[in-house]
Structures are given as structure tokens and as C-alpha cells.
Design a protein around this ligand. Structure first.
Ligand code: FES
Length: 110
């Protein structure tokens, strides 16, 4: 469901795994939703290296590592730690009661 401020409900907290990445689709865009450092984060799900599924990556110290070749991406900025010229889009997540809502922030993907 869309709200007037651009947030889209993606499901209830209980529907998601807070210990692993969750693949979600928002307006046709594939995202990876994580619960890390006591907050939900959503980034683009497709690794800019060779398309690895970041929703299957693992989180550590504020980053998610791609399961294919290990490139790490900062969950707050989307910046790749291995390649300064690569990043993924980071989207805004909020909780409304028990519902998780996401607003897409479409940034140029390099
Ligand atoms: S596809 Fe993600 S690091 Fe290679």
C-alpha cells in the first residue's frame, strides 16, 4: 500500500527474518532488507560486481558482504568498501506499528 509521503508497506515485522537478509520487491525494484544494529535497512539487492544477491549476504559491522565474491557494502551509504567507484542505492525504512515501510531513494547506480 502506498502512502502519500511515498512510503510503501512491505509487510509486518513478524514476516521477516531479523537474522538474515530478506529479498523484497518495491515497485518492481529488487531490494534486500536487513535488521542490523537494532534497525531495519534496505539496499538494492543486486551487487554491481556481477549481480550477486545481496539479500543472501551476511551482515557485519554495519556492512553486508556479497555471497559471491565478498564485496562489502555500507548499509547506511551503500558505498562499496572494496571499490571506491561502486555503490548500491540505500532506501529509507520506517516502522509504523508492526508494519515495515520503505521509500525508494533512487540514486544513480555506478
Ligand atoms: S557479484 Fe558481488 S562481489 Fe562479485
Amino acid at each position: 500500500m502506498n502512502s502519500q509521503d511515498g512510503f510503501i508497506s512491505v509487510g509486518r515485522v513478524a514476516e521477516f527474518d531479523d537474522s538474515h537478509g530478506n529479498p523484497i520487491v518495491v515497485n518492481g525494484r529488487e531490494l534486500a532488507l536487513f535488521f542490523h544494529h537494532d534497525q531495519w535497512s534496505a539496499i538494492d539487492a543486486i551487487c554491481p560486481h556481477r549481480g550477486g544477491p545481496l539479500s543472501a549476504g551476511w551482515c557485519e559491522q554495519g556492512t553486508v558482504a556479497c555471497p559471491l565474491h565478498g564485496w562489502r557494502f555500507d548499509l547506511l551509504t551503500g558505498q562499496c568498501l572494496e571499490r571506491e567507484d561502486k555503490k548500491v542505492a540505500v532506501h529509507t525504512v520506517r516502522l509504523v506499528g508492526e508494519n515495515i515501510q520503505v521509500r525508494l531513494n533512487i540514486q544513480p547506480i555506478q
